[in-house]
Write a protein that binds this ligand. Sequence first.
Ligand code: ATR
Length: 270
Amino acid sequence: TDRYGVFGNPVGHSKSPMIHADFARQTGQDIDYEAIEPPVDALAEAWRQFFADGGRGANVTVPFKADAVTLCDTLSHRARRAGAVNTLIAGGNGLTYGDTTDGIGLVRDLAFHRVSLTQKRVLVVGAGGAVRGIIEPLLNEQPASLVVVNRTAAKAEQLAEDFADLGAIQGGGFDSLKGTFDLVINGTSASLTGELPPLPDSLFAPNAWAYDMMYGAEPTVFLQWAGPRGAKLLDGLGMLVEQAAESFFLWRNVRPETASVREMLRQSLN
Ligand code: ATR
């Protein structure tokens, strides 16, 4: 049995153990996947212990995604640029390799729902850690334009500058918003507190999609706002499943199917 786990605090709410147990069952992989809760200031100790005890790989979730960057011995290019790590792989030599699968998870979830990004006008709301992780995979899909708006405009401008070499990206404040979009992704943490970013009513192009990176038993306030304004709605549950599938693939070189886990998770919310 190969050992895997997820580092988070709090981690009790994490769906990752359930998702990976299902992937393992489905693909016949002999793995064990546990939830690990280090004190918020002591990821390093828990990490060392886990890999010294034979851990083969792990996920990293809130609040450790940025700390993990500094603890990895090597990083993928996309993890370094994102400034975040959600997937760890143990090398044979005691070294850890860090990657991020959040952004690819989002892109795969969109593909699962047959939402194409190519030549589409895409708006990302928010410019925090979660958004930094999705920019590169989004730009790889070659949207016509990628606009990032944030409450703190300077952060969106900086983010656009940091990724400008990868494609057409612009950053600004909410007051800089103009025109309509084919896909609007809410990557702010506003949903957590039931708040709504200040978005204009006429934001959605015909047949547009609204995507919230958060999810819950009820639609998020952003999705509740977007529905009546004509958008088709998706929440972040599929992204969670797809980032997990990508981690599983990096560890086991087997790609699990995600439809049944999506359904199981959706039902577990009610
Ligand atoms: P995360 O890891 O979830 O990305 P973060 O790095 O703290 O967390 O980023 C939170 C994001 O949500 C930021 O873009 C933040 O805007 P600011 O950069 O201006 O702080 C955004 N955010 C949080 N609450 C918000 C609210 N009520 N309205 C609009 N944006 C909000």
